[in-house]
Each structure stands twice: as structure tokens, then as C-alpha cells.
Design a protein around this ligand. Structure first.
Ligand code: SAH
Length: 264
């Protein structure tokens, strides 16, 4: 799968992409990522990418012509079809389902805005407009990295253990169960949010749930299902409507809801 990222700050993209799972996938050639400096697609001596808004008002707007030239160059190199994504707070919200769908695309282009955003005619060449959440950032570089990361880890061969991807939060519409590793017991220190200086937290021992140390795989599986369901029910009940549950999970959820309603 190929990604082309168009930005006026290539360094903001290049460094993060060199690390970790994505960095290794690029080094192996599983992912082909190119970062394009928008200024390379200007034709004037000062390499200007922005201009004042028609109609007046504050701020600057990204000019359409350098972006069109960048898209022409990318299309000439990669071929069609290009999936051109505009990062924008006005876009559809990025979700795991969107990431899953995009992971099936061949060539994804990510356009990073700055200033007041893009000349609106750029939207004519855009396949979809994505927002990473209801807040406004200073530029599209972080959103582009977020989209790339979420999509790329679903591309076969990028994450070593496919099973771990399948079990992650949202993959089946549920949050993930809690995870623990060694040691089995640890001194807790001060609890989060506790009053400064008021605690003897070092005396608290934090333990891993017994069931995980039991070696009983059937019970561990059931415990994990229950925890995933109970977390989802408490934190994100909205997800349960779209979740795919097996028979055991449906039964566990009924129990959990019963216990919850009993408490109310
Ligand atoms: N005036 C614009 C915001 C511009 S913010 C508006 O109100 O819609 C500058 C750039 O940052 C945008 O062009 C976009 O590329 C990026 N950006 C900011 N917030 C974002 C978000 N929540 N999701 C995706 N991209 C975002």
C-alpha cells in the first residue's frame, strides 16, 4: 500500500514515521510512504503556498494550484485510482470502521492543511474529508499521521501478530479487556488524584487478578470476555448497539446489565 503526504512541514511527518511498527513496515517495503513538500509545487521564486482570503477576513488560505500540481505529480507516479483524503475539522469522523475500509485502498494521499485551511475548490479533487475529532489543530500533519497509523496497522503484514489486531478495542465493537504483565504483585505508590503528601501509598500492594495466574484457559477466556463487556458497558455503552457478540457474550452482557440495574 502506498501513502503520499503533502505538507509544508515534511520534518513533522518524517521523524515520527521512522519509529516503531510503521518505521519497520516502511523499511521492509510493506508500506511505501512518500512525503511531499508543498513548496516544491509552487512556481514563484518565493515558493508561496498561501494567500489572503477573497472577501476579506483574518488569516491566510492555502492556494489551490500548488496542491493540484502535487496531485498531478502523485497520480503520474502512482497511477489511478488515488484515494485523496483532506484533513479537516469539518470532515467525517475517523473511526475504526473508516480505517478498516481505507486499509483496502491501493494509493492513499493525505493533504495537510495549515492557516485557515484550503481554498474550497481543492475539495473537487478530494475523495473524502476526515476529521480526527471535534477540536481544531494548527495543522493537518498530526491528523495525517493519525490516519496513516490507524490505517497502516490494519494492512496485512504491518503488525506481526494479526490476532492482536483482531482483538483490539473497536475491532468487534467492544473495548479491549485489561492486560497485565509481570510482576504479579507491586507496591502501588500514591493513588492517582490523592492529596499530596497525605498518603502512605507505598504500603498498598497491587495484584494481578488471580484468574490470570490460574492457568485455567477456559476461565481466563470467559473473564476477558466479561471484562471487555463490562468496560464497554461502563465507558462506552453506545458501542454495544453495533457490537457483534457471540452467545456467551450475549449472556454475560445480560448478567452485567442485570447486576447494574439491581444496584440502581
Ligand atoms: N478554519 C478551518 C480550520 C483550519 S485548521 C475550519 O474551521 O474548518 C488548519 C488545518 O489543520 C486544517 O486545514 C486541517 O488540515 C487541520 N486540522 C485541524 N483540526 C483538525 C481536525 N480536528 N481533524 C483533521 N484535521 C484538522
Amino acid at each position: 500500500m502506498t501513502f503520499d503526504i503533502v505538507t509544508i512541514f515534511p520534518a513533522m511527518i518524517e521523524q515520527p514515521l521512522a519509529a516503531g511498527i510503521i518505521g519497520r513496515a516502511i523499511a521492509r517495503g510493506t508500506l511505501d510512504v512518500k512525503v511531499h513538500d508543498l513548496r516544491d509545487f509552487t512556481t514563484d521564486r518565493h515558493r508561496v503556498v498561501d494567500d489572503v482570503p477573497y472577501g476579506g477576513g483574518p488569516g491566510m488560505v492555502l492556494k489551490p494550484d500548488p496542491i493540484f500540481r502535487a496531485l498531478d505529480a502523485i497520480e503520474a507516479e502512482r497511477g489511478r485510482p488515488l484515494t485523496v483524503i483532506l484533513t479537516s475539522p469539518q470532515g467525517a469522523r475517523l473511526t475504526q470502521a473508516v480505517a478498516q475500509r481505507l486499509s483496502g485502498a491501493m494509493h492513499v494521499v493525505l493533504l495537510c492543511g495549515r492557516y485557515e485551511g484550503f481554498d474550497d475548490r481543492v475539495r473537487e479533487r478530494v475523495t473524502e474529508e476526515l476529521s480526527i475529532g471535534d477540536y481544531v489543530l494548527t495543522g493537518g500533519e498530526l491528523p495525517a499521521l493519525v490516519v496513516l497509523d490507524a490505517v497502516a496497522r490494519l494492512v496485512p503484514g504491518v503488525v506481526g501478530d494479526e490476532q492482536s489486531v483482531a482483538e483490539d478495542s473497536f475491532s468487534r465493537g467492544l473495548l479491549d479487556f485489561p492486560q497485565y504483565t509481570r510482576p504479579a504483585e507491586i507496591a502501588g505508590g500514591s493513588p492517582a488524584g490523592g492529596e499530596a503528601g497525605a498518603s502512605d501509598g507505598g504500603a498498598r500492594i497491587l495484584k494481578v487478578p488471580d484468574v490470570l495466574l490460574s492457568g485455567n484457559h477456559a476461565e481466563i477466556r470467559r473473564w476477558r470476555k466479561r471484562e471487555a463487556l463490562s468496560r464497554t458497558l461502563t465507558r462506552r455503552p453506545d458501542l454495544l448497539d453495533g457490537a457483534t457478540l457471540d452467545e456467551e457474550e450475549t449472556e454475560l452482557l445480560r448478567e452485567l446489565k442485570g447486576a447494574r440495574d439491581g444496584r440502581d
